[in-house]
Design a protein around this ligand. Structure first.
Ligand code: ADP
Ligand code: MG
Length: 565
């Protein structure tokens, strides 16, 4: 029994031990679970704090983004890439377009643009297409504010993935001010271009090498070239060679900074070859670094003015010549008047003196004749002296008759008269020196003259003695006569081979008191002319210095010809 008890006890103990073991295992398990719980709780705690930190950071970043989004100076539109609908706009956008965010989100495609090409939804769609295929698009656009006013913006358009959504991002900057300046600049440029092109004066930009760079319509008209023709040339090509150097000198002075512009009058060749006068003004244009860029030229056509100037100059010249001629004529007339005045006085004196001298000269002549007769056997010297006295009396008588004939022409008493005979008588009265050869050629068949014998005798005597006096070294005196059948006149020529006359002397010939001789009186030819004309004749003269002189006297002849008397 004991055994049984023992066995029982032993079984119970064993059972208790098993239970104990199970209990221990259970305790272990519980301990492990507790530890696991603790660890998990710990982990949970730390991940919660991480979560709190992360969400704080997220909130901060989002508010930072919001702040930037709302405070940038550019309007920002976020569109849905699929529908194109505006899904978000920033504060600036609302200010720029004068609308609320809700109104912006409700806006259609044309509401915020000018709405007319090239600023309408069709063009905007095209920009979006390009942004999708080619990347960011930057362009200028005309936008419309809520109140309807249009303003200029610069748009930067691109596709972006925001979160998991495909979005179109538009950054819009207000450039109205810049655009207005640009437009003003364009306008002023356009105004300048029009002024340049339509200016009535020729205008051009010229390169430093002389090539025309820009020319206006007026310049083309002045030189007759079309614009392309002119642009292929240099200013040197069409400048008159006589003006080129002056022009180039001025250009060099401009380039050297010695002057800032120049003006000159010069000549261009028109396309058709004729000369065009222009007034040119040139300035040099330099860049900000003071390097020369090109010339600006103004070209004014002054051909007409030049022609008028030339005409005026010619007229002035003609006028001056006329005034000179007139003055000379007046002076000549004055001289003539003075001379006539003098002559009138002289005539009165000479008339009475001459008359008074004639008688004593006649007496002296008779006395010499008497002496020569009674002293026919006188010695050589006495006879020579008597001859000298006789010659001088003859010379004095001639002067006296010249004096008298020059101041008063007696009426002529024409007679039928043979020239040959009259000439012989005249030659006898003239003392011809031995150094002078007289060649006489008067045809015997010549018609008789119809003149006053004494007067024509005096004409011939004066011409012959002048001829002889023109040949102090000797020479030939040719006396000839021909008949002019048609006119019924006879022309007598007296030609010497003497000193001749200058044109100036010839001009003064036949003027009373004109003489080049020391002992001359200057009345001989006056008498010759007066008496010739008084007998219905004419006188002319040809002369050359050093060669001789030819006097021709044309006198009336009688009707009959070839009859010798
Ligand atoms: P005078 O003989 O007294 O000088 P004239 O009237 O006869 O006066 O001539 C006037 C001038 O004309 C002369 O002084 C002379 O200069 C010039 N003359 C006239 N005839 C001739 C001639 N045959 N050859 C050159 N000169 C002449
Ligand atoms: Mg004389």
């Amino acid at each position: 029994m004991a055994n049984d008890i023992t066995l029982e006890l032993q079984r119970k103990i064993e059972a208790l031990e098993r239970k104990n073991k199970l209990l221990e295992e259970g305790l272990h398990q519980a301990e492990r679970l507790r530890q696991m719980y603790d660890r998990t709780a710990q982990e949970l705690k730390s991940s919660k704090s991480l979560l709190i930190r992360h969400s704080a950071e997220l909130a901060e970043s989002e508010s930072r983004f919001r702040e930037i989004f709302n405070t940038v100076n550019d309007a920002i539109f976020i569109h849905d890439a699929q529908t194109g609908r505006i899904v978000e706009v920033n504060q600036r956008m609302c200010e720029m377009y004068g609308i609320t965010r809700d109104e912006a989100l409700a806006s259609g495609p044309d509401d915020l643009s000018a709405g007319t090409p090239p600023y309408s939804s069709a063009e905007a769609s095209e920009k979006i297409r390009l942004a999708r295929t080619e990347g960011t698009q930057i362009f200028e656009w005309q936008a419309r504010a809520r109140d309807g006013h249009l303003f200029w913006v610069e748009v930067s358009l691109r596709f972006a993935l925001i979160g998991s959504q495909q979005r179109i991002l538009a950054m819009v900057r207000d450039i109205t001010e810049r655009k207005q300046i640009e437009l003003k600049l364009q306008e002023s440029e356009e105004r300048f271009r029009k002024a340049f092109q339509n200016s009535a004066i020729g205008m051009a930009l010229v390169g430093l090498d002389g090539h025309w760079l820009k020319v206006n319509h007026s310049l083309c008209q002045i030189v007759g070239y079309s614009e392309p023709e002119l642009l292929s040339k240099t200013f040197q090509d069409i400048t008159h060679p006589d003006d080129l150097q002056t022009d180039l000198d001025f250009v060099a002075q401009l380039l050297a900074g010695e002057r800032d512009h120049y003006q000159m009058e010069k000549r261009y060749f028109h396309k058709d070859g004729h000369i065009v006068w222009i007034r040119l003004s040139v300035s040099l244009i330099r860049d900000a670094q003071d390097n020369p860029i090109h010339f600006v030229s103004q070209i004014d056509d002054i051909t007409e003015d030049k022609l008028v100037d030339e005409k005026i100059r010619q007229l002035n010249e003609e006028l001056e010549t006329k005034v000179r001629q007139r003055t000379r004529q007046l002076l000549d007339t004055q001289d003539e008047l003075v001379r006539r005045e003098k002559l009138a006085v002289l005539g009165q004196v000479a008339g009475s003196v001459g008359h008074e001298l004639r008688n004593p000269l006649g007496v002296m002549n008779n006395a010499v004749f008497f002496l020569q007769t009674v002293l026919s056997d006188a010695d050589e010297t006495t006879r020579e002296y008597l001859n000298i006295i006789k010659d001088e009396i003859a010379a004095s008588e001639r002067i006296v008759s010249d004096l008298l004939d020059s101041v008063r022409t007696k009426p002529s008493h024409p007679e039928r008269l043979a020239l040959a005979e009259l000439m012989q008588q005249t030659l006898r009265k003239c003392s011809v020196p031995s150094s002078v050869v007289v060649k006489l050629d008067i045809p015997a068949t010549l018609a008789p003259l119809r003149v006053d014998p004494l007067q024509i005798h005096q004409v011939l005597r004066n011409l012959i003695s002048n001829g002889i006096e023109a040949m102090p070294e000797g020479g030939v005196l040719e006396i000839s006569a021909i008949e002019n059948n048609l006119g019924g006149t006879i022309t007598v020529s007296v030609k010497d081979s003497g000193i001749g006359m200058t044109p100036e002397q010839l001009g003064k010939l036949f003027q009373p008191l004109f003489t080049t001789k020391a002992r001359g009186v200057g009345l001989g030819l006056v008498v010759v002319k007066n008496l010739t004309e008084a007998n219905g004749g004419k006188i002319s003269v040809e002369s050359e210095v050093g060669k001789g002189t030819l006097f021709t006297v044309t006198l009336p002849a009688t009707e009959e010809t070839g009859v010798s008397i």
